[in-house]
Design a binder for this molecule. Structure first.
Ligand SMILES: NC(=O)c1ccc[n+]([C@@H]2O[C@H](COP(=O)([O-])OP(=O)(O)OC[C@H]3O[C@@H](n4cnc5c(N)ncnc54)[C@H](O)[C@@H]3O)[C@@H](O)[C@H]2O)c1
Ligand SMILES: O=C(O)C(=O)C[C@@H](O)[C@H](O)[C@H](O)COP(=O)(O)O
Ligand SMILES: [Zn+2]
Length: 353
């Protein structure tokens, strides 16, 4: 997989102008959702190359990360005469960059695309690294492809219109990057004032966070080994997300990841000795900022069944990424059903549900 260009922009319109020059194309398409169309697209109005761009707008949020939406994007590309030499710009959060990236990867076997992430989660995580896809059969990202964007242009000014829930959702992936990288980054993330945001400092943190992801993706773009570090919290987290969806009470991805981190730090503690004090400090931050996802022991079998679909698994064994210490990553860790149920007991006890 080719290394993608990731730019923390000082001037988005200028950076986009340069990125477009580096990507010769016939037609230009721009994918937005119903919110980024209104809140973010106007920021690009001065870019001359965008004057004739064809907009494709889809519904917002994960309930639209579906085959139907994907088909509607393929249809728009087809009807508006996209060729393999056309270029797609994805302007939005992770839902738009995941689905738009997959549409680009599959339409006529693949056209080039540029990501302009507009949520915190998409800036530090979803827009980078080439994982694209849609949800399917109640399972997260069940269908997809590894297909990196040509360029990723990060403009943190977009974050000023993001609501508090989506802000803190994205922050969970930053916390994950802190846990898998180094103690200093983890400490500064726990200390950040998430209620009175200092946007200049946030931009620095975004830069550090996305660098953690880039470094790992560069070593292992197709997740054969160390990239599994980026999946910390996701074996349990995706199961929570799928359960919530099945029960018609969807939760934001980052919240599910945060709750998944609670579970997987517990497993890290009992299986590979992650220090109790750091586990407690991280869980306290999560309790304060994410509240609790409630379930009871009657849902354990269903959660376990969702974990059996995790993409890191081989045959019938459920695969976790655990930590021996902050930044000391143990991939390919397994746990039997009894231990996974014990992990869920721990979650319910310490989160008070
Ligand atoms: N590919 C990857 O590596 C990767 C990594 C992490 C998460 N993901 C995926 O990303 C998705 C979640 O992404 P997300 O959290 O960005 O959610 P999202 O894309 O659904 O966006 C959340 C909401 O914020 C709105 N929004 C976007 N930008 C805005 C702005 N600047 N101001 C105000 N509102 C804005 C959107 O319209 C939407 O309503 C999930 O599907 C998750 O599975 C993918
Ligand atoms: O980039 C990665 O690799 C990740 O695992 C990042 C995750 O935050 C992200 O949610 C990803 O989409 C999960 O991938 P999946 O393979 O578990 O579906
Ligand atoms: Zn994630």
């Amino acid at each position: 997989m080719s290394k993608q260009e990731v730019i923390l922009c000082e001037n988005l319109e200028e950076s986009l102008g340069h990125a477009l020059e580096k990507c010769p194309h016939d037609k230009l398409f721009i994918l937005t959702d119903e919110h980024t169309d209104r809140l973010c697209l106007p920021a690009l109005k001065e870019v001359p190359q965008l004057k004739n761009a064809i907009e494709i707008r889809i519904g917002a949020e994960d309930i639209h990360k579906t085959l139907d939406t994907l088909a509607s994007v393929w249809m728009a590309l087809s009807e508006k005469g996209a060729t393999r030499h056309s270029l797609l710009i994805n302007l939005g959060g992770g839902m738009v960059t995941d689905l738009g990236g997959f549409a680009a990867a599959t339409f006529k076997r693949g056209l080039a695309y540029i990501n302009i992430p507009t949520t915190l989660l998409a800036m530090v995580d979803a827009s980078v690294g080439g994982k694209t896809g849609i949800n399917f059969n109640g399972l997260k990202n069940e269908i997809g492809a590894f297909a990196p964007a040509n360029s990723v242009l990060i403009e943190t000014e977009f974050l000023r219109s993001l609501d508090a829930h989506n802000f803190i959702s994205g922050y969970a992936e930053m916390l994950k990057h802190g846990l898998i990288s180094d103690k200093a980054h983890w400490v500064e993330l726990l200390a950040f004032d998430t209620e009175n945001i200092d946007y200049a400092y946030l931009k620095e943190l975004v830069g550090r966070s996305v660098q953690v992801k880039e470094d790992i993706v560069e070593q292992d773009p197709f997740e054969h080994g160390i990239r599994k570090a980026l999946n910390l919290g996701h074996t349990a987290g995706h199961a929570f997300e799928s359960l919530a969806l099945a029960q018609n009470r969807p939760v934001l991805h980052g919240y599910a990841v945060a709750w998944g981190v609670v579970c997987e730090l517990y497993l890290s503690h009992i299986k590979v000795g992650f220090p109790k004090d750091k586990m407690r400090q991280t869980i306290q931050f999560i309790k304060e900022n994410y509240g609790t996802f409630t379930f009871d022991c009657k849902q354990y079998e269903q959660l376990y069944a969702f974990m059996q679909h995790d993409k890191k698994n081989t045959s019938d064994t459920i695969n976790f990424t655990l930590l021996r210490e902050i930044g000391d990553i143990c991939i390919n860790q397994t746990a039997d059903k009894d231990t996974i149920f014990e992990m869920l007991d721990f979650y319910r006890e310490c989160m008070g549900c």
